[in-house]
Design a protein. Sequence first.
Lengths: 416, 258
Amino acid sequence: MRPRVNLQEDVDLVGLPLEDERPVEVAPARVPATPGEWIRDNLFSSVFNGVLTVVTGALALYLGYQVLRWILVTAEWAVVKANLRIYMIGRFPLEEAWRVWASVFLVAVLGGLSFGVSGHRLRWTLRKAALRAALAALVVGALVFFLDGPRIWILTGSVPVLLAASLKAGRAGYERLRVPLWIGWGLAFPVVMVLLRGFGGVPPKLWGGFLLNVVVAVVAIFLSFPAGVLLAVGRRSSLRAVSSFCVGFIELIRGVPLVTLIIAGFNLLPLMLPSGMDLALIVRMMLIFTIFSAAYVAEIVRGGLQGIPFGQYEAARALGLSTTRILALVILPQALRSTIPAMISHFISLFKDTSLLAVLAITELLRAARRASAQLEFLGAKKEAVLAAAVLFWVVAFSMSRWSQRLERRLGVGER
Amino acid sequence: MTEGATGEPVEERPEADQMIVAEDVKKWFGKFQALKGITTSIRRGEVVVVIGPSGSGKSTFIRTINRLERHDSGRIVVDGIELTDDIRNIERIRSEIGMVFQSFNLFPHLSVLRNVTLAPRNVRRWPRRQAEEKARQLLERVGIPEQADKYPAQLSGGQQQRVAIARALAMEPRIMLFDEPTSALDPEMIKEVLDVMKQLAGSGMTMVVVTHEIGFAKEVADRILFFDEGLIVEEGTPDRFFTEPEHDRTRLFLSQIL
Ligand SMILES: Nc1ncnc2c1ncn2[C@@H]1O[C@H](COP(=O)(O)OP(=O)(O)OP(=O)(O)O)[C@@H](O)[C@H]1O
Ligand SMILES: [Mg+2]
């Protein structure tokens, strides 16, 4: 039985005289369970649950042991260590690698500032801090293991340092930073492109590895988002030509597997482009991914638009707002907010789908991994090589998913 | 008045003091005729209450006034501007007419203050400071100055409807349309909304109000329009209308609601 809390008694204990007020009954407080109680309540509440706990527990322990043993003892990580550059940047010339580093630093600073600004109210709990410390230790351990030489240690090490510093700066100056940050993010992409390509930089055909996955995904995400919104809006247009075009485009693209589009981009697109216009393969692939993604974004946005009650249009129209303003100020902000989970989930898929570029012999991350394991001296290390690529994908995808949750929570204010 | 501010001669019209003129307005939804020829005119500063049974075309009529519904034949002139398909005309007239809906239709993603300032800032192009100052005055006037930074979902129905009134007033309209503004409210909140409307009527606003609140109609209305089956069956001052109605249908209706 749980003890009842009685305010009268509590007050008496403190020794305060109480006038003849009625004792106030407070809702029974939850007594923090001891670890023993917790285990009993959650794991052994019945014979069946007890058996289940023992069996799954044993299984988990066994699997955990096997996995850890494989990671720490059996696996030959030398393949990853020797090919780290191919993994990350493909055939990007080493003497130009500073361009990539500069881009990474830029994004780290912007990202840190943004996190600081958006989370300036969040407090760190002990559990969160411990979790992060453990994660940091793991990352540092892995880096020290995989990276050779002080130069790369310093470069890699500066990323978290920059991130933390700008996070702190973001928290401190959050209100003033809001607008500059938007501008900063807006400029970030062109700046990175110039950094990589401009001033005697590296042509896209030499971009590779994880860099390529990220760049293609980022381009596709940022271009397909507005394109998809336009398609979804155009689909509802009262102009038949516009709505038919949008529906046709969406249905055509959604009906075709992405691999087919990639191959079409490789073979067909050059024939369709005006002669003399020679797009690099990578640029064509960015285009293909954008087109593919736009169709899905359009469908997601359509769902969001359908959820907006008709009264919202009427109220906005009655105020004299123009059709464009009604969309931009009243309808889309609500529709897009409700689509955040589906949208991020689509973008995560899109990001992982960039590994399909491997079919064109483009050295993106997955192909880099397979090439690495095809080297003579690492012939037996296919598992390790591919697993490392998977972990990289997972880290980014998981971060995106966490970010989506945070965004949802932050934008959830004042919702119906 | 024979000369405008610029010295140009201004056409002398019999309808010069009429805010809303409707002539033989008809409206079909597919095969169903919702308005069968509405003719009436509403003077500047007049408060007109529209009553009638469900489905009689009350909502349809007031929605044609700001062109939320397009009328199929007849003429509607609002403050000297005839309603046509010209979209610029329509947007201009809409910004001169405030409308309050049964279901409030506040913008849930915007704070109360932003709800009220949205149209002035984006249609009238007022600077933010001016729009917010005006909005705070209006929230004061409808009795909820302290709710400015809340979101609609955090307010009671009565408060939401008062925000909706403030939002419509922020455009400084010459006409206010109300379509059953209290029908979605709990009884204890009806009064607070009606009080705001009475005060508005007292300030000389031209108002067209569809409502079942007979008390409000008797106290505030200059004229009652009784709609039935898409026609104005009877109209008159509240005194006459409620005490000695002429038509059987009016009598039947009144006997049902009184
Ligand atoms: N968009 C529409 N499409 C088809 N029919 C409609 C539409 N809007 C209204 N109607 C019909 O027109 C008639 C008049 O409707 P209206 O909403 O004007 O009635 P009302 O007098 O406001 O009734 P209530 O008191 O129920 O609100 C009704 O029969 C209704 O079914
Ligand atoms: Mg109605």
